[in-house]
Design a binder for this molecule. Structure first.
Ligand code: ZN
Ligand code: ZN
Length: 346
């Protein structure tokens, strides 16, 4: 079959590889849509903590079951499925506590196992057993279903930072994730949603996410706008949805008492050391929380949210491409010409 294989950072090659055999108690899925994620681009450019080479990338994936392995499997050929990328054990303390994205034995499709930028995807038995394979609700397209994973990552982080309808939230970064955060916060009825961005292209596109206010940080003073929008109090939650935001902005000064900050984006290693005033955290009872990935359950909730019509993601799709055009897709995202590029022809 045809696949986009990352051999080492910068070496992404369209290759012919062996068709996957159905794993025992697993599945083979014919990939119908797989979205390019910022993490794929990071892996392509620099590598990533959990990535093992050579690797077929792609973890935002939807398709049709074509083969099932031997054993008792709750899926049949022809069923439309979305696959949460985490391959988890179900037994370790993290899994038992419902935090399977922190599983002691985690594998990840597109990171430690081959992912969806290929004609076929082997879904291991562990994925089936841990509930990572979801039937796509009948009203949703394959392309929409690829948003289940990024939306689930937003759900995970908004849960961890305890975002509530009474909050004022500042989302830094109006890329696809910042926009999904905005739409999810709106679906939750969050009182005030400020979305900040410096790229004019992204500001123009993100209007459709309908935040309470879009802030152009290359023109407006972020601190002043936050003050103005919150009666001088500051925001309750800051969601860092861009890899530069933690150092480029005086985040603590923007927070109300008991404010919470979520480190949703990973930061480049040279920027990941932060200097924070511990006394500021102490006196104002500030919470800092990290968020990484999502659970299988959160993928299911994300699919239901989209199927219920509470959240329409189609406007985020800038381009649908052939697998062979994956470099072009990556280029489009790197220069911020688009929000989401989805491989739909393999
Ligand atoms: Zn992703
Ligand atoms: Zn586990």
């Amino acid at each position: 079959m045809k696949a986009a294989l990352l051999e080492s950072p910068g070496q992404l090659v369209i290759s012919q590889v062996l068709d996957p055999e159905p794993p025992l108690k697993g599945l083979v899925v014919k990939v119908e849509a797989c979205s390019i994620c910022a993490t794929d681009i990071k892996m392509f450019r620099h590598g990533q903590r959990d990535l093992i080479y050579p690797r077929i990338l792609g973890h935002e994936v939807a398709g049709v079951v074509t083969e099932t392995g031997t054993g008792d499997i709750p899926f049949r050929s022809g069923e439309r499925v979305q696959i949460a990328p985490g391959i988890t054990c179900g037994k370790c303390p993290a899994c038992q506590q419902g935090a399977s994205n922190q599983c002691d034995h985690i594998g990840i499709l597109g990171f430690t196992h081959h992912g969806g930028f290929a004609q076929y995807l082997a879904v291991p038995a562990e994925s089936v057993a841990c509930g990572a394979v979801n039937l796509i609700p009948s009203g949703l397209t394959f392309v929409e279903a690829t948003f289940a994973e990024p939306l689930a990552c937003c759900l995970n982080s908004q849960e961890l930072v305890r975002l509530d309808s009474k909050d004022a939230v500042l989302i830094l970064g109006a890329g696809p994730m910042g926009c999904l955060h905005t739409m999810l916060a709106r679906a939750k009825g969050v009182r005030k949603i400020l979305l900040a961005e410096r790229s004019l292209k992204r500001l123009m596109m993100s209007i459709t996410a309908e935040p309470s206010r879009l802030i152009n940080v290359s023109k407006e003073n972020l601190k002043e706008v936050v003050k103005e929008e919150t009666e001088g109090r500051g925001v309750d939650v800051i969601m860092l949805a861009c890899p530069d935001s933690a150092i480029d902005y005086p985040i603590l000064e923007l927070l109300a008492p008991r404010g919470r900050v979520c480190f949703f984006s990973g930061l480049p290693p040279e920027k990941s050391q932060l200097h924070l005033d511990a006394n500021f955290l102490h006196y104002r009872e500030i919470t800092l929380v990290g968020a990484y990935g999502c659970t299988a359950d959160q993928n299911r909730v994300a699919l239901e949210l989209m199927a219920s019509g509470q959240l329409n993601v189609n406007w985020l799709v800038t381009k649908r491409i052939l697998l062979e055009a994956i470099h072009e897709g990556i280029g489009c995202l790197m220069e911020h010409s688009g929000m989401k590029v989805v491989v739909t022809e393999f």
